[in-house]
Design a protein around this ligand. Structure first.
Ligand code: FAD
Ligand code: GLY
Length: 368
């Protein structure tokens, strides 16, 4: 009852597409508009770690959101594969977060006070699990539940599943303006092809989201955080688990390459990959996994993480903007948070029982 019959989603990254996927499956006429090619920005620049434990530094609602999404992943990717015929290369090989300094060791060990699914390993135990790791490490946390997918393969599966279910995909068509009705509610978007109208609109434009609501007097503090990665092909296998230290991670992929990431630079919307970063990232990775020395460079790229001042995404509605739902600001964890965001925001639009309390993530928190 009262569910929308049509929805427009602004932004076809993993967040917009996972919401579209949940809606289209329930028979809602869904249109995704993207300023470029679908799934071509932060989503396919990502490493693909599903690091609820590895990437969380304190307990609380964000950690719970991450864990819920992590638990959904195996079924979600299986369902996408059944719909699309494309495997997202989901792998349950775990993450080792190793300490190189006394400070890292203290920070990682303090997580044991509240974090489930983490086990402290001595240097010898780390090297037993992952023999290629440098002898310089002081031990580390093993997160057996922290899994991974390949973002490019996941993107292929999501896109094909959306097409299969009849979602309308409008690529290379920027949403230029949110359109309001006579009662002030959001009723659509203006594009170069003319206006598009729907019962509900979702803002899922990643790092670009704030500029669309600014003309309505709505604050959505966000900033892009550039991350550059390299992909290399080692001469012999360097690691079977993802190995993560402060400032560097090495994620082994099924095709024999190792994805090494990532920088963290606040430099506006410039996402050019810098040549000097290739050497720096590679040096850090070789220090961590000496067997990477002599590896072949496969590629380098950069993407823009959608950052927010408090590190939390904006999920939910604003009283000042009826007809509009927000799903942006997933910063370092948007791949992990794809399934939970898709289900939670689709559920909100469909007025279904909430799968998780979105109150801690409400965009109202920044409307002061
Ligand atoms: P995006 O993927 O950026 O998509 C937003 C879309 O909106 C884009 O396609 C864009 O073209 C479109 N858009 C913007 N403006 C408009 C407009 N006006 N009209 C229409 N469309 C518009 N997360 C993890 O969970 N695990 C990881 O291992 C991981 N590694 C990462 C490594 C790097 C180097 C980077 C950069 C990010 C990483 N992330 C990771 C974070 C993750 O990639 C992001 O949080 C996630 O992709 C955000 O998804 P999104 O859909 O919000 O944004
Ligand atoms: N989550 C890994 C990154 O953002 O680099």
């Amino acid at each position: 009852l009262n569910r929308p019959s049509s929805v427009i989603i602004i932004g076809g990254g993993i967040i917009g597409c996972s919401i579209a996927y949940e809606l289209i499956k329930q028979g809602i006429r869904t249109t995704v508009v993207d300023k470029g090619a679908l799934l071509s920005e932060a989503t396919t620049a990502a490493a693909g770690m599903l690091g609820a434990q590895a990437e969380t530094h304190s307990p609380g609602p964000f950690y719970e959101l991450c864990k819920l999404s992590q638990r959904m992943y195996a079924d979600w990717t299986e369902e996408l594969e059944a719909a699309s015929g494309i495997s997202s290369q989901y792998r349950s090989n775990g993450i080792i977060r190793a300490a190189l300094t006394e400070e890292d060791e203290a920070e990682l060990q303090s997580r044991l006070n509240w974090m489930d699914g983490a086990e402290w390993l001595s240097p010898a135990e780390v090297r037993q699990l992952e023999p290629g790791v440098t002898s310089q490490i002081r031990g580390g946390l093993h997160f057996a539940q922290d899994h991974q997918i390949h973002p490019v393969h996941l993107a292929g599966a999501l896109r094909a599943a959306l097409i299969r279910y009849g979602c309308v995909l409008k690529e290379w068509l920027p949403a230029m303006e949110l359109l309001t009705g006579s009662d002030g509610a959001i009723i659509g978007v203006r594009t170069a092809e003319g206006p598009l109208y729907a019962d509900q609109v979702v803002l899922a434009a990643g790092a670009w989201s704030a500029s669309l609501v600014e003309p309505l007097g709505i604050q959505l503090p966000m900033f892009p955080v550039k991350g550059q990665c390299i992909s290399v092909r080692p001469r012999t296998a360097a690691n079977t688990h993802t190995v993560f230290v402060k400032g560097c991670y090495a994620v082994p992929k099924l095709d024999g390459t190792v994805l090494i990431g990532a920088t963290q630079v606040e430099a506006g919307f410039d996402k050019r990959a810098a040549i000097e970063v290739i050497g720096e990232l590679f040096q850090s990775a070789v220090q961590l996994l000496p067997a990477l020395a002599g590896a072949e460079l496969v590629s380098t790229w950069a993407g823009l993480r959608p950052g927010t001042p408090d590190g939390l995404p904006y999920l939910g509605r604003l009283s000042a903007a009826s007809g509009l739902a927000f799903a942006a600001g997933h910063y370092r964890n948007g791949i992990l948070l794809g399934p939970v965001t898709g289900k939670a925001i689709a559920g909100l639009l469909m007025k279904q029982p909430a799968i998780i309390d979105l109150a801690p993530f409400t965009p109202e928190r920044v409307q002061r």
